[in-house]
Ligand binder design. Structure first.
Ligand code: ZN
Length: 157
């Protein structure tokens, strides 16, 4: 194992054992998405709070393998404070990276860069992306919801 792979493994185990932003909030202010990955048994819920087009809070909770649970913790730290456009770019870049496709290495990815090695294990793709897919869904729910409010306003007129 190279030093870099060893470092990556340490980062993953650290987030698995000491997850950041773990635990859900009981409030209507958050957009929540619950996803399951039956092939591995990963079961994850993420919550985001969006203020002025910016993700100001991210929480996650669930059970599953070290890859999926650590990735949720890493995702929450990486994405916190980003605006929605930035977050969507990072989601796409991350998914390309984990698939083993070309990705933008200059883009800020935080600790998420350590999941690069997952591209060598296609069976773990869903584990590494479940948190990011949930985030993507939460963002589109937020965006669709604002559209719905617009339509309601139009109908009232
Ligand atoms: Zn898994």
């Amino acid at each position: 194992m190279s030093n870099l792979e060893n470092l990556y493994r340490q980062v993953i185990m650290d987030h698995y054992k000491n997850p950041r932003n773990k635990g859900l909030k009981d409030s209507e202010e958050y957009y929540s998405v619950h996803l399951k990955n039956p092939t591995c048994g990963d079961d994850l819920t993420i919550q985001i709070k969006v203020e002025d087009n910016k993700i100001t809070e991210v929480y996650h909770d669930g059970t599953g393998c070290s890859i999926s649970m650590s990735a949720a913790s890493v995702m929450s730290e990486t994405i916190m404070g980003m605006n929605l456009e930035e977050a969507k770019k990072v989601i796409n870049n991350y998914v390309e990276m984990v698939k083993g496709e070309e990705f933008d290495e200059e883009m800020f990815m935080g600790d998420a860069i350590v999941y690069q090695g997952v591209s060598q294990f296609p069976a773990r793709f869903k584990c590494a992306t479940i948190a990011w897919k949930a985030l993507d869904k939460a963002i589109s729910n937020h965006e669709n919801c604002s559209h719905r409010h617009d339509e309601e306003k139009i109908e009232v007129k």
